[in-house]
Write a protein that binds this ligand. Structure first.
Ligand code: PGA
Length: 249
């Protein structure tokens, strides 16, 4: 990763409330040398936009549709209008619990790009897939499904988040070496597609905490993090952001 700063994005998942958000958002601040973002639930995006200073806003998901008879959906254009820069796409919880298949993850990525959002495309293997030696194949298939829809040049306009399913919310983060191995493989895949592999940020997500962030971010192909639980505690999240600065671009 040559030029860009690292990106640390907080994924609040289904957590928050007006009062708690105000306290958390008020305690977040810009950190020189790292790009910081938070992704609250949809109803709180406007509140977050009004309170954040120097911290970018993202959504946790996005509809593949722009407008029309799609009850319950939120379009990329609406998110952009509310001040979002990022949209998480294809989080493993969306895939596992809400039926998002690989093709729809591709279409959601395209929708985000269409509206000028930066998609954070999540990929990652389950424990069974890892133990069967299929991690690389699974991740490459997930990336291929996105490439099929948006094309290789679009990879210059998105972020990739490697989130091993077995590490999310479990307290069992990938080791720095495990993360590096997969990140390097994703970068190889990007190169094989003809993308400018070094220019694409590849984030790690899954039980990143203040005390393991520096080691993970110190890996050459880890360009930041997608943070769940630790993003709900301001001082932990800020510590993770500072760890990203310490590890450089
Ligand atoms: P976690 O979640 O940090 O709580 O493991 C990460 C994620 O799901 O993005």
């Amino acid at each position: 990763m040559a030029q860009k700063h690292k990106l640390v994005a907080g994924n609040w998942k289904l957590n928050g409330g007006l009062a708690a958000n105000a306290a958390l958002l008020g305690a977040l601040e810009a950190v020189a040398g790292v790009e910081v973002a938070v992704c609250p639930p949809f109803p709180y995006l406007a509140q977050a936009a009004s309170l954040l200073k120097g911290v970018a806003l993202g959504a946790q998901s996005v509809s593949e549709f722009q407008s029309g008879a799609y009850t319950g959906e939120v379009s990329a254009e609406m998110l952009a209008e509310l001040g979002c820069k990022f949209a998480i796409v294809g989080h493993s919880e969306r895939r596992a619990l809400f039926g998002e298949d690989e093709a729809s993850v591709g279409r959601k990525t395209a929708a985000a790009l269409r509206a000028g959002l930066v998609p954070i495309v999540c990929v990652g293997e389950s424990l069974a897939e890892r133990e069967a030696g299929q991690a690389s194949a699974v991740i490459r298939r997930q990336l291929d499904a996105v490439r099929t829809v948006v094309g290789t040049p679009a990879f210059a306009r998105l972020e990739i988040a490697y989130e091993p399913v077995w590490a999310i919310g479990t307290g069992r983060a990938a080791t720095a070496a495990q993360a590096q191995e997969v990140h390097a493989d994703i970068r190889r895949w990007l190169g094989e597609q003809g993308a400018d592999a070094k220019a694409v940020r590849i984030l790690y997500g899954g039980s990143v905490k203040a005390d393991n962030a520096a080691e993970l971010f110190g890996m050459p192909d880890v360009d930041g993090g997608l943070i769940g639980g630790a993003a709900l505690v301001a001082q932990d999240f800020m510590a993770i952001c500072r760890a990203a600065v310490a590890q450089g671009a």
